[in-house]
Design a protein around this ligand. Structure first.
Ligand code: FMN
Ligand code: SF4
Length: 432
């Protein structure tokens, strides 16, 4: 199957040039209409850019869905001698997520434009892209594009004769999930341990190097550039009233056509899995779906007839998150998948908070024991108790994220736990 697979239901605003290597070069990008958004933005006042993005209803695509324009409007008034920073979060380590990598691999100049427009909007003169350490290829492509844009005068002093100076630095992380959490990221950027900070103060007040900072996801910044170029009303034609625009969904697991799909928000989730992604390759029915990355509650097969938007997902008791869809067919025992996710969180916990450090480690051990057939029904109560202690009580939400799949799997797939326990008991009694 040629890359990228396209489906007629997609609306390709951000992913239009995926699969076109020429779009990676400055010339190729300009030929495709690139840098018009930056030119336009540099002719606008920062306040007008913020208003346009605010009016578009664009919500951050990094997971929490916080409105991008509103985040920018929280930046304090610029004071002399007090720099502002824009930091692009390109850490993308959430299991199941691979959209930002593709945006950077195919359209690096789109991200450069997004970063520079965002920086101008918040009165920053310096933007950083914090990219995940393992993204060697994407980092090389980004570095080459930044070099080319500097050489052409598209980054640096007096860009396009506007009198505006903007710098952009690519910072390569060392491969830690927790450095995707915005304050862990900022510490890592400063050369400190990548541990999340206690908030407040929030980054808008004390961010990078303790100066006012906006942290935005890769997809959010590229979408914001399109809003600036085409206007808020244009963007609002896509999606739903409250979940505006398109979103990249990364699909993995048991589907015939895994990959990235750019869908208008609100598209029917069931249709997406069965039609756009082709359903399961084995023909077995779908059993469970994680709709927004490993950190969100799991949905059962009979809960999929909902819109792919922030509100519909919340009404179904889960989250759109960063749009990473993991599909599991009837052949899967959900406990094993949850145990693998919890192992990941136990490994990635920075260890500052006891409920997270201890909770992830103990949950992982109990889940492994159940998986090996040595569990007992009371283990499920213990897991739920630990999960409760892990939720809403820590410095960042990694702890809550680790608890979410445990709780939802016990609530919805209890039979999978009991089956493993029963199989273990029978094996222990010598029954096969
Ligand atoms: C443990 C953890 C990991 C995160 N990883 C990422 C990430 O890889 N990329 C990202 O954009 N946001 C990530 N976030 C969310 C960021 O903290 C932040 O909300 C986001 O970068 C803001 O950008 P947005 O407003 O454009 O969504 C993570 C949050 C947590 C708690
Ligand atoms: S919740 Fe976990 S990852 Fe987040 S700060 Fe606390 S220990 Fe670190």
């Amino acid at each position: 199957m040629a890359y990228p697979y396209r489906h007629p239901s997609e609306v390709q605003l951000l992913s239009k040039h995926f699969g076109e290597p020429e779009a990676r070069t400055l010339q190729g990008w300009v030929e495709r209409g690139g840098y018009q958004a930056l030119r336009k933005a540099l002719g606008m006042s920062p306040a007008d850019i913020v208003t346009e993005v605010k009016n578009s209803g664009l919500r951050g695509r990094g997971g929490a869905g916080f409105p991008t324009g509103m985040k920018w409007s929280f930046m304090p008034k610029k004071e002399p001698g007090k720099p502002h920073f824009l930091v692009c979060n390109a850490d993308e380590s959430e299991p199941g997520t691979f959209k930002d990598r593709e945006l950077m691999r195919w359209t690096p100049h789109a991200l450069i434009e997004g970063c520079l427009i965002g920086a101008h909007a918040i009165h920053a003169e310096h933007a950083y892209i914090y990219i995940r350490g393992e993204f060697f290829e994407a980092a090389q492509i980004m570095a080459r594009a930044i070099e080319e844009a500097y050489a052409a005068g598209y980054i640096g002093r007096n860009i396009f004769g506007s009198g505006i100076d903007l710098d952009l630095t690519l910072h390569i992380g060392a491969g830690a999930y927790i450095c995707g959490e915005e304050t862990g990221l900022l510490n890592s950027l400063e050369g400190r341990r990548g541990e999340p900070r206690v908030k407040p103060p929030f980054p808008a007040i004390a961010g990078a190097f303790r100066y006012p900072t906006a942290v935005n996801n890769v997809e959010s910044l590229i979408a914001a550039a399109q809003v600036v170029l085409n206007g808020a009303e244009w963007y609002k034609q896509y999606g739903t009233e409250k979940s505006v625009g398109t979103k990249l969904f990364c699909v993995s697991g048991h589907v015939k056509r895994p990959g990235n799909y750019e869908m208008p928000l609100g598209f029917n989730f069931k249709e997406f899995i069965y039609d756009v992604c082709g359903g399961t390759p084995t023909g077995k029915p779908v059993k469970a779906v994680i709709p927004g990355g490993s950190s969100v509650p799991i949905l059962k097969a009979d809960e999929l007839d909902i819109g792919m938007d922030y509100e519909s997902m919340a009404a179904a008791g889960t989250m759109l998150g960063c749009g990473s869809v993991i599909v599991m067919d009837e052949g899967v025992n959900v406990v094993k998948q949850v145990r693998r996710m919890v192992d990941f969180y136990a490994h990635e916990s920075c260890g500052q908070c006891t409920p997270c450090r201890e909770g992830t480690a103990w949950s992982s051990k109990i889940l492994r024991r159940i998986e090996m057939g040595r569990g007992a029904p009371e283990d499920l109560d213990t897991l739920l108790q630990i999960s409760d202690n892990m939720s809403g009580k820590t410095i960042c939400v990694l702890s809550d994220a680790a608890a979410a799949p445990i709780v939802s799997s016990i609530q919805k797939f209890r039979d999978d736990y009991l089956a493993l326990m029963q199989a273990g008991q029978l094996a222990g009694a010598g029954v096969r």
